[in-house]
Each structure stands twice: as structure tokens, then as C-alpha cells.
Design a protein around this ligand. Structure first.
Ligand code: ZN
Length: 381
């Protein structure tokens, strides 16, 4: 899924725990036979929270599917929307679904027609699943396929001991990439896709919004050769981290838009070459475009919560800028780029992946993420 607005503190009710039966033989798939039930975090009702179902049936595996035993899972802004059950979640998420889409795991079982993968392989998966038959899937743009179904959004996801995905969506994880990093391929891929689509080499860049993907965008833009990176956000600790990751200036945009003038004077009066919009906040979008030079390029990943009012004349038409909508990750170009950046140790994620909890402590994990105390919060299974 894509980026999300900066986390805000919310109050919430505790979710309902689904009790396990006393006789439940819960998952540890140590024996030869795979278990029939598993733990799974499900959207159990049309309201706030999630529930841990300890007896969810293990998903079925079709001939072309792979069953993956999940080891680590990341909590995404999308999962926060699903937890909070906002308008977007209420309109999109089927009640009863297993949530989550960012993960790393090990192949438990392969379907009868699977040829590329074997049991025991360490893998992640592209969470956007397409039948591969529409125009874009057949012309190298499967990330914007018309029939895309998203793990943990449209079909059962990965906050569970097991997930079943088509072989064609599975990504083998390189031995030198640790689990905690591989669990973040999905959001890291959003950042890599945005940066690479914009093209940042020897360019001045503004990263508008330094939440999880914005921070990743800073370290990726630096690795991709951005000459100078500027950032904005309303969260001072995140701004400090953005500086640590390579931003030359990080502005608190809650203090007004004077920083646009500062950016202009630092860029020959022109504005930045590239805008990477990661916030989805209407004010930040407008300010980001105002800080972009004429003829610059804007790559938009942040999702506004609802339709926004926007000055097309000043911000796009007279500015003569290019605007790119960024969705998902290119299959599989973005994944190869991610792997290269990680193997080359060109990007720094240690300060971004801040917490890890066992899945039984999912309330604490979500609270840590939603409160903004943690940045990328993982759950282990
Ligand atoms: Zn995500």
C-alpha cells in the first residue's frame, strides 16, 4: 500500500480478544504435517480495533500458490486506517478479513504446479495481486493493473501464521538481507519507486512529509544521488531523524510557510528540482508545489484523506511541471533496485525500524505505531 499522513494520537477502545480453546494445538508447524488452524489478526467487526483469532483455518493452496509461514510483519499506515475504521476502511475492507501485507516468511508448502520455489525458502511477496491479463499487466505495468487485489485489504493478508499467495507474486529474499529489513520491502519499495520515478541524481529534492515512507525516501534519495535533500513535517523528532539520514534542512511546516522562501534562496531563487510528496496533507501538497521550480518534477505518493482543493494554474499549468502518480512497486524493477541498495549498504533503516512485538501484543504494537512513539513497528510470529 501507499504512504499515509503523519500519525496522530487517537483514543481507541481495546479490541475483543477471541479466546483460544483449551485444546487448541496452535500453529508451531514443527511436525511434518502442517496445522489446520492458525493465529490471525482479523477485522472482526465494523468498528475500531482488530482481534486475534487463534483458530483461523490455514488458507487453501491452489496449484499455482505458495503457502508461506510468516515470521515478521510490519504495521503499515493502511493497517492503522483499518484499525481505526475510518471512512476509507469502512468503504473498502470486508469485515472478517485477515489484515496486514508487509512481511517476510518461509515457504511451508507449494502448490502442485509451482516450479520456481521450494519448501524452506525465505521469501517475501508483492502484495498487489493481478490475474496478469489486463492491458497494464501485459505491458510491463502490473503495479497499476485494473484487477489488482491487495493482501490484507481485498483478500486475506499476512498478520497470521500462514498466507497463501500466487507463485508469481513471491520474491526470494537474499541471504544477506535480515528478516527485520525484508519485512519492510513493501513500504521501502514505495519509497524506491517514488524516488526512481522522479529521478533525483544531482538534483535538489524536497521530501514533503517524513513519516515511515518519507524517511525511507530520504535515505533512498541520498543513495540515488540527490545533491541536496530538504524535508518538511510537523513532527520535530522525525525532522531530526530526517537530518540524521541525510537531509540538509528539515523544516517544521506547522510554523508557517516561510521555509519556502528559504528553499528558494538556497536554489538560485528557483525552487527544488524534485518534489517527493509523501504526506497526503492538502496544505503540504500545496506548499510542496510552491517550493518546486518551474519545469520541475513532482512524484506524489501520499494519499489525501478526501478530495482536495488545489491551484492547478499556479502549481502545474503555468509552472510547466511534470506530475507523476505513484502506486505500489514496479514488478519487479523496484524489487531489484531495493535489493541492490540493501546489498550495497547504501540505505540506512536501523533508525526507522524502531520496535518489534510478538503478535500476542498486537494492541501494544498498534498503539506504539498509532501514537507516533514508534516509526516502523514489526510483529513477530
Ligand atoms: Zn504498507
Amino acid at each position: 500500500m501507499d504512504s499515509i499522513p503523519t500519525p496522530t494520537q487517537t483514543s481507541r477502545q481495546g479490541p475483543i480478544q477471541v479466546p483460544a480453546s483449551m485444546t487448541d494445538q496452535r500453529t508451531s508447524p514443527a511436525g511434518n504435517a502442517s496445522p489446520e488452524t492458525m493465529r490471525a489478526l482479523i477485522k472482526h467487526h465494523a468498528g475500531e480495533g482488530l482481534a486475534l483469532d487463534e483458530r483461523r483455518p490455514v488458507p487453501e493452496v491452489g496449484p499455482l500458490d505458495v503457502l508461506i509461514r510468516v515470521k515478521k510483519a510490519g504495521i503499515c499506515g493502511t493497517d492503522r486506517h483499518i484499525w481505526q475504521w475510518d471512512d476509507w476502511a469502512a468503504s473498502r475492507i470486508p469485515v472478517g478479513i485477515v489484515t496486514g501485507h508487509e512481511f517476510v516468511g518461509v515457504i511451508e508448502h507449494t502448490g502442485s504446479a509451482v516450479t520456481q520455489f521450494t519448501k524452506g525458502q525465505r521469501v517475501s511477496a508483492e502484495g498487489h495481486i493481478t490475474a496478469g491479463i489486463d492491458y497494464n499487466s501485459r505491458t510491463g505495468n502490473a503495479h497499476i493493473a485494473r484487477d489488482t487485489k491487495i493482501l490484507g485489504v481485498d483478500r486475506d493478508g499476512i498478520f497470521a501464521d500462514f498466507v497463501s499467495v500466487p507463485e508469481s507474486n513471491v520474491w526470494p529474499v537474499h541471504d544477506d538481507i535480515p528478516d527485520r529489513v525484508a519485512a519492510t520491502f513493501d513500504p521501502l519499495g514505495n519509497a524506491v519507486h517514488t524516488v526512481m520515478a522522479a529521478g533525483v541524481s544531482a538534483k535538489s529534492v524536497l521530501v514533503s512529509g517524513v513519516g515511515i515512507i518519507g524517511l525511507m525516501g530520504v535515505t533512498v534519495a541520498r543513495a540515488a544521488g540527490a545533491s541536496r535533500i530538504f524535508c518538511t513535517d510537523i513532527n520535530p523528532p522525525r525532522l531530526a531523524l530526517a537530518r540524521k539520514l541525510g537531509a540538509v534542512e528539515a523544516y517544521d511546516s506547522s510554523q508557517g510557510d516561510h521555509w519556502i522562501k528559504d528553499i528558494r534562496s538556497a536554489t538560485r531563487g528557483e525552487g527544488v528540482d524534485v518534489l517527493l510528496e509523501m504526506s497526503g496533507a492538502p496544505t503540504a501538497i500545496d506548499e510542496g508545489f510552491r517550493a518546486l521550480r518551474n519545469g520541475g518534477r513532482a512524484a506524489l505518493l501520499g494519499l489525501p484523506a478526501k478530495p482536495v482543493t488545489f491551484d492547478f494554474n499556479a502549481n502545474i499549468i503555468f509552472k510547466g511541471c511534470e506530475v507523476l502518480g505513484i502506486n505500489g512497486r514496479r514488478m519487479w524493477e523496484t524489487w531489484y533496485q531495493m535489493e541492490e541498495l540493501l546489498l550495497g549498504k547504501r540505505i540506512q533503516l536501523d533508525d526507522i525500524i524502531t520496535h518489534e512485538f510478538p503478535i500476542e501484543q498486537y494492541e501494544k504494537a498498534f498503539d506504539t505505531m498509532i501514537s507516533g512513539e514508534g516509526i516502523k513497528v514489526l510483529m513477530s510470529l
